[in-house]
Write a protein that binds this ligand. Sequence first.
Ligand code: 1GP
Length: 231
Amino acid sequence: MIYDILCNGKAIAVLLDPEKERMVNVEAIIKNAEGAGARMILVGGSLVTQSVNDFVIEVKRKTHLPVVLFPGSVIQFSPYADGILFLSLISGRNPDYLIGNHVLVAPMVKQSGMEVIPTGYILIDGGTTTSVQYISQTVPVPAGKPDIAVATAMAGELLGLKAIYLEAGSGATNPVPVALIEAVRKAVSVPVIVGGGIRDQKQVNDALHAGANLVVVGNGMESNPKMLSAV
Ligand code: 1GP
């Protein structure tokens, strides 16, 4: 079901970070996201400052949209979500984020029965040092090197991953460049997800137009819950 949304394309997701979000904001963000036609709510971030289980349960109470985990690490798993982007940070060379966290959480993920979407997570330089870069201790792909992003995405697809996530990092100065999205889109047949540093509707449209199946917006909705208009 969640994967169908990805395959159908031209979709928007709103990211809620339990580290930052107070439930009052969450309500406003979800309302606007639903009004603008968002197709799913992602939950995740780098740190944990409140119970992810409580947060997911509360978000699910407030929306009819699927709630999908976008975990920074094993500590952000919750069996109450509808699905999980099971992310392997394939642009990095840190084994913990390539496979280590996955081994630790695999029994719980299997037991939950939730929909699992194995996803190749590719960090692209967004012009600033982002949390994901620092926490994962990995080096992003240079934004001007689409050929490296393409080869990385191809390797992910060849390994059997079912989606590719191009991530500029939360709060990135520059979103993933359109040319890089286009190049990756042409190179792989699995859905392409794009996020990080997207602050207005034009940037959303540009990413969708370049071939993104799903565009993810986090900070932009927090600072302006009305930033999305229907697409
Ligand atoms: C999703 O990490 C991003 O890919 C969210 O980034 O908070 O900058 O929208 P923003």
